[in-house]
Design a protein around this ligand. Structure first.
Ligand SMILES: N[C@@H](CCC(=O)N[C@@H](CS)C(=O)NCC(=O)O)C(=O)O
Length: 216
């Protein structure tokens, strides 16, 4: 199995953590990326497999898929243990909703900040920062009553929220200090054997490129 990720890809980090949590033998290839030309030249496998021309891409024999959430679903079907979705249908649907929320509701605030290069004087930045702060407060409320984002067990929803939170922090926007449940959860997730090496690798890339390193 081969996973194409990127040295600074939030969605790639999601897929890399999932593969590591499952303990799957998988070659991870980091596609060419730099801060100026981004993903140019595009990796040929990415160009062939993903019409959206994005990482992550997973190749397993003659199966070639893209999109981090699609990759989660395939990994769960192909390698059911350890389970990373809850068993119960309702709990699973809630966990999937939480996973989607991280990618499509929370993370777009970070993208909005990136578009204005984190410039706090821009109105778009103010809106994004307010959004991030409200999302973290809501997450803290959830984590006050349970160990993980979608219940007591660690799930793909934690992977998605952790990666989105890690990348948001690299623009310098850490969760407020008083959000103790969010901070405790980030520390616990970052310390997982499958997650810690990736936090180190992404942090090293940020440091090498003189960008703020998340303080987890
Ligand atoms: N929904 C996709 C998003 C993938 C995505 O946005 N990938 C970024 C890297 S984090 C990318 O390859 N961007 C290059 C581009 O859009 O040109 C997923 O979950 O995998």
């Amino acid at each position: 199995m081969k996973l194409l990720s990127g040295p600074l890809s939030m969605f790639g980090m999601k897929a890399e953590i999932a593969v590591a949590e499952k303990g799957i033998a998988c070659e991870v290839e980091l596609v060419p990326f730099n801060l100026f030309e981004r993903y140019k030249p595009l990796h040929p496998d990415v160009e062939r497999v993903n019409p959206k021309r994005q990482v992550p891409v997973l190749i397993d024999g003659d199966l070639e898929i893209f999109d981090s959430t699609q990759i989660f679903e395939y990994l769960e079907d192909r390698f059911p243990a350890p389970a990373l979705w809850p068993r119960d249908a309702g709990a699973r649907a809630r966990a999937r909703r939480a996973e989607l929320h991280a990618d499509e509701i929370f993370f777009p605030h970070f993208i909005a900040l990136m578009r204005v290069l984190g410039d706090r004087s821009k109105p778009e930045a103010e809106v994004a920062l307010r959004g991030i702060s409200a999302e973290y407060r809501a997450l803290d409320g959830i984590l006050a009553g349970q160990a993980h984002v979608a219940g007591e067990a660690f799930t793909y929803a934690d992977i998605a929220w952790f990666c989105a939170s890690f990348f948001t922090s690299f623009l310098g926007d850490e969760p407020e200090e008083g959000l103790v449940h969010v901070h405790g959860w980030r520390k616990r997730v970052a310390a997982r054997p499958a997650v810690a090496p990736l936090v180190s690798r992404f942090s090293a890339y940020l440091a090498e490129n003189r960008m703020p390193v998340p303080r987890i």
